[in-house]
Ligand binder design. Structure first.
Ligand code: ADP
Ligand code: ZN
Ligand code: ZN
Length: 684
């Protein structure tokens, strides 16, 4: 019997590939079912060597070749290999988790109910219910604005791996521009990958693509969507459509990046600055960065778009690495709303509301228009306070306060560990009975506005009011139907929505976002306020945005008033260059977790000691900071500390980490810690 040796990637937390054999040749990129210890796992064949690395006598046979999907193509494997190498994770942690779940669940192939596997069952279902494609209800194409036309002219779809940054204010017609480029690529018979940060927030967007992406006979191009909200079977179906070339367009969130596309001709990354492109668990990748790599590898254009680009992308554009395309005007003749600052140090506040904001609300209501009050904090009040002894409602499990929530029953909830507890009736320290809520969350804002403007219909949209499935859509439908006069909301309301009668946006508590310690806080605040301001006055003139702040002279607010992103970006980049922050240096971050802070800190200190070893490659270009506890040090009784690693030289940083990081597994065990290594961390 012949033995064909296979090196297989498995989704296990061990470095390297695993040896198996089969009696017949198996192509690279094929999924196989194997035994691993007592478990069965689905892995992927990565190499077919002459000889195994392991003792040949002990190498086991695979249990099954899963050829219901054709072997993953070379370019896809190259992308996965790059991601594994760049983020310093085993290849199996990339190639397996990114597959639709039915393709990586052994039970889908071995169980009694799974004759033929999930793909065969899907095909059987499709056969029964196949419907002919519908003719498109095509949406008419608008005539391009001069700026759109100029941008389009500069985008070349046939000149290899070009990178573009489409910098366009909200409503400037970026989407229209993407669609025009996409149509050119589709007309050549190629596929388009269209990435958006959160697909469930943008049904209007999908509707638009479906209506506009039609061929010259008005036949719709086939669009497949991909996001984590899809049922597993549906996701598999869409994935197969794209992989087999039946779908022309893939519209999806970050996970769509890892879909094999045999005929890819263009990648679009909308809202490229959005943090949702960064995966925060498992393989902590940036889908935007990998999209750029994929474009390079496939020699196709990548178009990044944003009204407030990430400083990294802006810097690349300034350096000439990306071609900058600017849309400075709104596509429709409605100008951008005016943004005004209300200096809260000088105003007589009424429970935190300035007279300017109150008057503006009154006027908006009188005119029968809508207002939005934006505040990034849910719940009633962020903390409960004892006026007698100074007690504060600390979460017992975290270094954070428990937040007061009102409802059918009032309760305290910690927003870090999720733990809930009853509201204290008296101070646990001194017994004082009159505990006061400090500060305000969306519920308190809602309560106040309903009292202050009894004639107005007030609606709150945040993570609490939309917990039930489908409730977010229902609430947004109320807003669109004009059944709401004042909308109170968190960042959930700031993205994507086109509220036709919205004439006033009021922003509360922006300063707390500004002074978060994270070095990206100003960037994040600027982009969030531009977004939320962009919700106003999309269809009529005279809309206003009022931002209450104690620091109106701060550059974030000054640039905001002028709606001048380039001014803001230039200032921030200068600062970052001075103090040595990205994009002028490259960062990696190790976060350690332990029951005791001492253990986590000791582990990181020891790790830092090892980092000083003179034989580590690249170490002369790498700076390792001291270990520090996280700002919110304890969450759910786990203590957390971190170690930041910095280098002006990306190659040196990676060479260093490649040599240093693998030793840390043992060290972490010794200190009874868990740790994660993150490349290009977002939140530090
Ligand atoms: P962005 O993506 O930049 O926020 P959109 O592409 O959503 O902007 O466009 C904003 C609005 O302007 C949409 O209602 C869109 O249909 C409309 N629009 C886009 N381009 C044009 C154009 N050339 N002429 C008229 N309306 C346009
Ligand atoms: Zn007390
Ligand atoms: Zn907690």
């Amino acid at each position: 019997m012949a033995k064909y040796w296979l090196r297989v990637a498995l989704d296990v937390p061990l470095a390297g590939l695993f040896d198996y054999y089969h009696e017949e040749p198996v192509a690279i990129g094929t999924r196989v079912l194997v035994s691993f210890g007592v478990r069965q796992l689905i892995g992927m064949v990565i190499q077919t060597p002459e000889q195994p690395e392991y003792n040949a006598e002990q190498v086991k046979a695979i249990r099954m070749v899963l050829d219901d999907v054709s072997p993953m193509p070379r370019d896809w494997l190259a992308l996965a290999q790059f991601a594994a190498q760049y983020y310093h994770r085993p290849l199996g942690e990339v190639v397996i988790p990114v597959l639709p779940s039915p393709l990586r669940r052994p039970a889908a192939y071995t169980g009694k109910l799974s004759k033929g596997g999930p793909v065969a069952r899907l095909r059987a279902r499709q056969k029964k219910s196949s419907t002919p494609p519908k003719r498109a209800k095509a949406i008419a194409a608008p005539e391009l604005t001069a700026e759109q036309a100029a941008a389009l002219e500069q985008i070349h779809i046939d000149q290899g791996a070009r990178r573009y940054l489409l910098f366009g204010v909200t409503g400037s017609g970026k989407t229209e521009t993407y669609m025009r480029v996409a149509l050119q690529v589709l007309a050549q018979g190629k596929q388009v990958l269209f990435m958006v940060p959160e697909i469930n927030l943008t049904p209007q967007f999908e509707h638009m693509l479906r209506g506009r992406l039609v061929d010259e006979h008005n036949q719709p191009y086939r669009i497949a969507v991909m996001h984590s909200g899809l049922a597993a079977g549906k996701r598999l179906e869409n994935w197969l459509q794209v992989y087999e070339g039946d779908a022309n367009v893939l519209l999806g969130t970050r996970l769509a990046l890892f879909t094999p596309m045999p005929n890819l001709g263009l990648i679009i990354v909308d809202e490229e600055h959005d943090h949702s492109y960064k995966q925060q668990e498992g393989l902590r990748y940036s889908a935007r960065d990998l999209a750029l790599w994929r474009g390079q590898q496939q020699q196709i254009p990548v178009v990044l778009g944003s009204a407030t680009p990430s400083l990294e992308s802006w810097h690349h554009a300034q350096q000439g690495h990306y071609q900058l395309l600017t849309l400075s005007q709104r596509a429709k003749s409605v100008p951008l709303p005016a943004i005004e600052l209300v200096d809260t140090r000088r105003a007589q506040l009424e429970q935190g509301y300035s007279p300017q904001l109150i008057t503006a609300l009154e006027k908006t209501l009188e005119a029968g228009q809508q207002a939005l009050i934006f505040l990034n904090r849910r719940g009633y009040a962020p903390v409960l306070h004892c006026g007698s002894c100074g007690w504060l409602s600390q979460c017992p499990h975290c270094s954070a306060y428990a937040v007061l929530h009102k409802g059918y029953k009032h309760y305290m909830q910690c927003h870090h560990c999720g733990g809930q507890s009853p509201v204290a009736k008296h101070c646990p320290d001194c017994g004082y009975v009159d505990l006061t809520p400090l500060g305000k969350g969306t519920q308190r804002v809602e309560e106040y506005l309903a009292q202050r403007f009894p004639q107005a219909r007030v609606l709150r949209i945040d993570a609490d009011s939309t917990r039930r499935k489908g409730s977010a859509e229902a609430l947004f439908a109320q807003v669109h139907a004009g059944e709401v006069d004042i909308l109170v909301g968190t960042q959930m309301v700031s993205k994507g929505h086109d509220f036709s009668r919205l004439a006033l946006v009021g922003v509360l508590n922006a300063d707390t976002m500004l002074f978060a310690q994270d070095f990206r806080a100003p960037e994040r605040l600027f982009s969030q306020l531009m977004q939320v301001a962009g919700r106003a006055g999309r269809h009529q003139t005279g809309a206003r945005v009022l931002v209450q702040t104690d620091y109106p002279e701060h550059v974030v607010y000054q640039a905001l008033v002028q709606q001048d992103y380039p001014l803001f970006a230039e200032h921030q980049l200068q600062q970052r260059q001075q103090v040595g922050l990205p994009p002028f240096v490259y960062l990696a971050l190790i976060t350690a977790e332990s029951k005791q802070l001492d253990q986590a800190m000791a582990f990181l200190r020891h790790a830092k000691q090892w980092a000083q070893h003179p034989e580590l490659p690249g170490m002369e270009h790498v700076f390792v900071y001291d270990a520090v506890p996280l700002r919110i040090m304890r969450v759910a009784n786990i203590e957390r500390a971190q170690l930041l690693i910095e280098s002006p030289n990306r190659l040196a940083l990676h060479a260093f980490i490649r040599a240093w990081a693998p030793q840390l597994d043992e060290l972490a065990k010794y200190y009874r810690c868990k740790f994660v290594l993150e490349i290009d961390p977002q939140d530090i």
